[in-house]
Structure formats: C-alpha cells, structure tokens
Design a protein around this ligand. Sequence first.
Ligand code: KG4
Ligand code: ZN
Length: 348
Amino acid sequence: MSPFDLQYYPAQMNVLGIETSCDETGVAVYSTERGLVADALHSQVDLHAMYGGVVPEIASRDHIRCLLPLVEQVLGDAGIDRPDAIAYTAGPGLVGALMVGSGLANGLGLAWGCPVVPVHHMEGHLLAPMLEDDPPQYPFLALLVSGGHSMLIRVGGLGDYHVLGTTLDDAVGEAFDKTAILLGLGYPGGPALAALAEEGDDAAFALPRPMLNRPGLDFSFSGLKTAVMLLVRKAKDEGSLAERRADIAASFQRAAVDTLVGRALQAAKREDLERIVVAGGVGANKLLRKEIAERFDGQVYYPRMAYCTDNGAMIAVAGALRLADAHQVAEIRAQARWSLDTLSPPGN
Ligand code: KG4
Ligand code: ZN
C-alpha cells in the first residue's frame, strides 16, 4: 500500500531531499511513483573524530564543500535535470549546518522555479519506514532514538504527533557516545560500543534501568551514565579496565536497551497501539531491534539500517508526503530547536 494521499499528486513528482542538520550531508531523489530513485551520503565522522564530538563550524564548512556536488550526483543517478520539488531539513539541528541546506534548497527552488518544502528532522526519522516495501499504517507508536533525542510519540497520522515521553537529561545516543568515550572507543561511539558489547557478558555488572519503575513515560539516562563512569573508574584503579571493557559495554547496552524496550511496551499498552516504529540512529542497534521484536506482541517496523542514521532519503520522502506545505517564494528556515508536538497535518 502506498503511504501517499493521492490528492496532492496530479502527476508523478520527483522530490529532491537535502539533509544537513548535523554531521552528515545527505541528498536523495524520491519519486511519488517509483519510490527512492537516487541517494548519496557524505559522512563527516573523520573530520570530527579528533575532537571527540561534532564541531559546528567544521560541519557547516564541510556541508558547503559537499552539498552541491552531491546534488549534481543524485540528479545524474536519477536521470533527471531538475526535480519537481525540493525538501530540506529546516530543524532541529546546528543552525550553521541547517543554513547551508536551507540556503541551497531555496536558491535552487528560485532558479528552477520549483516549490520548496521545509522538513522537521525528527519527522524525517519517523517517516523513514515509509521508504520500505511494507510501510506501517497509522496509528502507531514511534520510538525515536538518536544522538539528540529519546522520544515516545503517538502518531495518529501524518503531522498528528503527541509526545508521550521524552528524556529528562541525556538522549540515549548521547549516553552511548559518552560511554564509548569512557571506554576509549572514540567518536561516534554508538556503533563501536555495540560491536564491543558483542564480545562481552551483559550480566557482568548490575546497572540501573532508570525510570522503568516510575510512573509516566519519560526517560533518564544520566544515572546510567554515572554508574558506568564509576565502574570504569574502579576498573582503572584496579588495573582491570582492558579485560573488563567488553563486559562493561555489554552491561551498559543491555541496561539502555531494557530501558527503551520497557518504556516502549508500557506506552504501547497504555495507548492501545498495535504497531511500533523504531527510528533514529540508535534504531540501528541490533540488540534493540531484536529485543523489541521478541517482546512486543504487535508489529514492529524499522527503516533499513542505512536510513536509521541521518540521510537524505528520509527528508525526500517526508517532503513528498508534505508537498501541500511547499512554498514558491524563498523562505530560508533554520531552527535549532523545534518541538515535534507543534507540527500539524500537511496544508494546515
Ligand atoms: O539519528 P542520528 O544519525 O543523528 C541524530 O539525529 O542525532 O543518530 C546518531 C546517534 C549517535 O549517538 C550514534 O552513536 C547512535 O546514533 N548510533 C548507535 C548505533 N548506530 C548509531 N547507537 C547504538 N547502536 C548503534 N548500532
Ligand atoms: Zn538524526
């Protein structure tokens, strides 16, 4: 079944998607008839690794360097001279980085005379499973887990988002990244920590499952982070860190995943939802994907691994679904903060 509402599509539309909110330059073309037709990504990970995190100024400069060549590349791959519409990430994210995508999208829109759609980055993540052959039907519960967010959202339809729970402190991806740094794994640590955890015993250390026994649906990861920090300090003092690293990584990953899955199951039950979408960078975590599929009675949907982390394809498909929001007049938007709760259905 197509996720599209045909009223917006008098004809087939090729939508160019541009993502520059953080440290990946992502560009893609999504056809409302043929699906994803071209996709390219440039990761800045190597540029930021030596600083242990994303340096905003470096991110903006690298987007400037890479964006236009990537646009030319995907248009070539899609076999088109120009798209019918352009979607870009307007926030939330690093303002300088967002400005690069926003500026180019609006400039190209003016030059080509085509409509431009501003897209919310987290809505892009949330809609990424719409790129798959078997997209979820509404309503569903979305577990959005990335470097900047940990959220549970009741999704009633496109643009109908009710945030049920959010993190009170660190996002879960941030907790993965900080734990990875403590274990000497560098940046970005999530994938490296998950790989190390596969070699360890996840029952080696009893770490807290924060908030699970508290009412409400919020998350908190700072207590878990502190517990790992104390563990690492103790292992260092005892000279045993090298041999305990994998066990610490596995115990941390198990505690973080138990917390996410536990809260998601509570939310699905409370809201009486039969479908869960897991999206965002941490959605690439294999243990999370396995656990939620095993423990949830209903259907679980994920984007493929490559579309869990930041990419242009999710912005292109979100833009295609939001064509009713397109504007013809240049309107450069770049919002560092932007709550998903404030979105409304397309055309409103
Ligand atoms: O969605 P994303 O690419 O960027 C943001 O919008 O933040 O998410 C990046 C986050 C990072 O914190 C990264 O460490 C984490 O996702 N991540 C993972 C895995 N792959 C990426 N965390 C745990 N396990 C993974 N396999
Ligand atoms: Zn993201």
